[in-house]
Design a protein around this ligand. Structure first.
Ligand code: PLP
Length: 431
């Protein structure tokens, strides 16, 4: 069904949301839309409008919304209890599946969100290294903790390695505990690490930063230099884990960190994330091994709950089936090629960057190897393009298309038609 305007029902929800929620929303997607349901690669809003969904709940729904097998697994568990604050067979099985799949993962600790996973991974590295500083990359996202919200999206980038807080309310001194480096600039990172190695606990990096792939040798270089000084290398695989390959970005790019964080896909659409890595580092979660001074207490009400665990386990089972990643990558490659082709046909300067499971267009001709390259893109044009796509039944986040196994040929056709029409309009408007 195509509905051009908001229904009275959706308008009422939007109005209530603006009364009871700050900025009218949950802090995620714009507040002018209320999603009613999702099936496969599509979602519907409360006005009945249908969208091809490239938001995928910000990434978890890699096998599609309401997948029948995931739903059945959850439905089987619900009558048996939903959370115990105790070990349960499904959480243990999920940890074992992660250890089997992910190269760096000798042990796993569950939490409920990627933010928590990154926060604990950094704390764990500090406990292990008995140093305090963290090196992160400008434009890199590691959730919402005080240390993570540094130079994520500075409007006016400063001088490296000075960290710029992204949020009000963060104690000023936290900025002194974070060093910021340019992504994909191994020379700059290496110089910073050599100068500060004795203060550094960890380097944390998204192996593919937002949608910017690592240049050949960059991750290998980070691995070499951190290993040389015994600095903990943390891959934030909250997005890339089980998405770029069954073994995540560390398998896809062939570089193994000391620790990684996982989220999104491993919870199958339920709240679950994890810190995984070397057993000697993870030992700091065990008072018997770490002693009182080295112990890192970590407790969470919903950690390892059986509902998220069965959803995650079933999702991983689906992903292990022959051809799953081939299909995902084929769809992503077809979409990326079609978007690049349409940009060219319409004479609009833009680059499609990312990897097949997640990508977007950046409206610039200039090189894009780091945050500052993306910043040179025409953000206003991207906003208008996204708006035109939304009106044509394409749901996506501001800066990313997430591809799913449930995006079928009809989804691809609809999307390419929407791109064509929206780019035609952009070109007619003088882009
Ligand atoms: C790379 C990365 N790390 C961490 C997070 C935070 O995860 P969560 O939203 O589950 O707290 C995200 C969320 O999008 C992410 O993309």
């Amino acid at each position: 069904m195509t509905v051009e305007t908001h229904s009275d029902l959706e308008l009422e929800f939007v109005q209530t949301a603006h009364r009871v929620l700050p900025a009218g929303g949950f802090g995620n997607l714009a507040s002018d839309i209320v999603i009613r349901e999702g099936h496969g690669g599509r979602v519907w809003d409360e006005s009945g409008r249908e969208y091809v969904d490239f938001l995928l709940g910000s990434g978890p729904m890699l096998v599609g919304h309401a997948h029948s097998e995931v739903t059945a697994a959850v439905q089987a568990q619900v009558p048996l209890g939903t959370t115990f604050f105790a070990n349960n067979r499904h959480g243990i099985a999920l940890a074992a599946a992660i250890v089997d799949a992910v190269a760096c993962a000798e042990q796993v600790r569950f939490v409920s969100s990627g933010t928590e996973a990154d926060m604990y991974a950094m704390r764990l590295a500090r406990a292990f290294r008995r140093r305090e500083k963290i090196l992160k990359f400008e434009g890199g996202y590691h959730g919402m903790s005080d240390h993570s919200l540094m130079s994520l999206a500075p409007k006016h980038p400063g001088n490296f390695p000075q960290a710029i807080p992204d949020s009000a309310g963060i104690p000023a001194r936290v900025a002194d505990e974070v060093l910021v480096a340019p992504f994909n600039d191994l020379e700059a990172v290496e110089a910073l690490i050599r100068a500060h190695h004795d203060e550094l606990a960890a380097v944390i990096v998204e192996p593919l930063q937002r949608i910017i792939p690592p240049e050949p040798g960059f991750l290998e270089g980070l691995r070499r230099i951190t290993a040389q000084y015994g600095i903990v290398l943390i891959f934030d695989e909250v997005v890339t884990g089980f998405r770029f390959a069954y073994g995540g970005a560390q398998q896809y790019y062939g570089v193994t960190p000391d620790l990684c964080t996982l989220g999104k896909v491993i919870g199958g659409g339920f709240p679950l994330a994890a810190i995984a890595g070397r057993a000697d580092i993870m030992a700091h979660f065990d008072r018997a091994l770490a002693g009182d001074a080295g112990f890192l207490p970590q407790i969470g009400t919903l950690s390892g709950n059986p509902i998220a665990a069965v959803a995650g386990l079933k999702t991983l089972e689906i992903l292990r089936r022959p051809g799953a990643y081939d299909a995902l990558f084929a769809t992503g490659r077809a979409l990326m090629a079609a978007l690049a082709d349409q940009l060219k046909r319409h004479g609009i300067a833009g680059q499609v960057i990312g990897e097949p499971p997640m990508f977007d267009v950046v409206f610039t001709d200039g090189a894009i190897s780091n945050y500052r390259g993306v910043l040179k893109g025409n953000a206003e044009r991207a906003r208008r393009f996204n708006g035109k796509l939304r009106a044509r039944g394409i749901m996506k986040g501001d800066t990313k298309y997430y591809v799913s196994l449930a995006h079928d040929e009809a989804c691809v056709r609809h999307t390419v038609a929407a791109w064509t029409a929206a780019l035609e309009e952009l070109a007619a408007e003088g882009a």
